[in-house]
Design a protein around this ligand. Structure first.
Ligand SMILES: NC(=O)c1ccc[n+]([C@@H]2O[C@H](COP(=O)([O-])OP(=O)(O)OC[C@H]3O[C@@H](n4cnc5c(N)ncnc54)[C@H](O)[C@@H]3O)[C@@H](O)[C@H]2O)c1
Ligand SMILES: O=C(O)[C@H](O)CO
Length: 313
């Protein structure tokens, strides 16, 4: 079995060695320009079209991340990039769930304990205990209740917050109120105090966090965007912060990355920023998942993690 690997920034040597250890029967190689030798599996991130298109013997492609929007948009421009019938897989959790939990829980607690207000008071040299927020007024609404949204929901339920989620179909997550479909979105938003976005980037979700949506949240709401920058209309977010409809935003992803120097988000006091690091691919966990999935595929067993080209995620 032959496996080809391409990632523009990962430590290729490390990945090749660890993959080889996990799949001793395989021949693992770095894909290089001009390599047209057959391969059974390709592991990719931002793949050059020629790495996949027309490749003989391909049985599966693994995206080395959770979101496959970049690969799918390339596929749209080059429909023959993925040979017909070859499944595309993505990383399901592989350590990203825990990272998302850490990010979301720490930020929700930061706002819930009013550390943003105390930071402002500190800057003014003000010693002034503030009224506590009540948990029952701190409803967390999670857009997208898949692998990562589900994990984040679970961790916030454990902290005693009212948690609700919104997805394409209803979910059965312990302690979480589930809303599904476009018609349920207004009810989901009504009373949501902290909105956490973990939707995939698809034509249906681009620009979803806009003026209209933000206006339906509870007063002085907060937004955490952990998914993709294109989900959020940044000008609408700034307007909602300035009007007082929103009290704060924690953004990990942006419509343009790196965030341009002249973006007004940098200087806004209500906005906190991290540089797309909410959940990164952990090599050992990802390799274990890929090796397990390849073994299952080779044994003709059913596997999870296949991307639906129809749904776009
Ligand atoms: N910031 C980061 O570091 C980082 C890291 C990993 C993943 N991500 C992003 O997180 C996203 C979610 O990852 P995941 O593994 O949980 O994905 P997933 O496919 O498991 O879950 C997606 C969820 O969104 C819902 N959904 C999709 N389209 C919808 C629609 N039109 N209306 C309502 N609900 C819809 C699905 O029902 C599902 O619940 C990824 O697509 C990626 O963009 C970001
Ligand atoms: O989708 C992912 O896995 C992360 O956002 C890295 O791009």
């Amino acid at each position: 079995m032959d496996i080809i690997f391409h990632h523009p920034t990962f430590d290729t040597e490390y990945w090749l060695n660890r993959l080889q250890q996990a799949l001793p029967q395989a021949r693992v190689r770095q894909w290089k320009q001009g390599d047209q030798q057959p391969a059974d599996y390709a592991l990719v991130w931002h793949p050059p079209v020629e790495m996949l298109s027309g490749r003989k013997g391909l049985k599966g492609v693994f995206a080395l991340g959770a979101g496959v929007d970049a690969i799918l948009s390339k596929l749209q421009a080059h429909p023959d990039m993925l040979p017909d019938g070859v499944p595309l897989f993505r990383l399901e959790d592989t350590g990203m769930g825990l990272q998302m939990q850490e990010y979301a829980v720490s930020q929700v607690l930061h706002w819930f304990r009013r550390f943003d207000d105390y930071q402002r008071q500190k800057q003014q040299g003000q010693w002034q205990p503030l009224e506590d927020y009540r948990r029952e007024d701190f409803t967390i609404g999670i857009l997208g209740a898949g692998v990562l949204g589900g994990k984040v929901a679970e961790s916030l339920v454990a902290w005693g917050f009212p948690v609700r989620c919104w997805s394409r179909s209803k979910k059965d997550l312990p302690g979480v109120q589930s809303f599904a479909g476009g018609e349920a979105l207004p009810d989901f938003l009504h009373g949501t105090r902290v909105l956490i976005n973990l939707l995939p980037n698809t034509p249906q979700t681009v620009g979803i966090i806009n003026r209209e949506l933000l206006g339906q949240l509870a007063k002085e709401a907060y937004v955490i965007n952990l998914a993709r920058g294109v989900h959020l209309v940044e000008a609408d977010l700034l307007a909602a912060l300035d009007s007082g409809q929103l009290k704060g935003a924690m953004l990990d992803v942006f419509s343009k990355e790196p965030l341009p120097e002249n973006s007004p988000l940098w200087a806004h006091p209500g906005v906190a920023i991290t540089p797309h690091v909410a959940a990164v691919t952990r090599p050992d966990e990802a390799i274990a998942y890929i090796a397990k999935t390849i073994t299952q595929l080779e044994n003709g067993e059913s596997v999870s993690g296949e991307v639906s080209l129809q749904h776009g995620y």
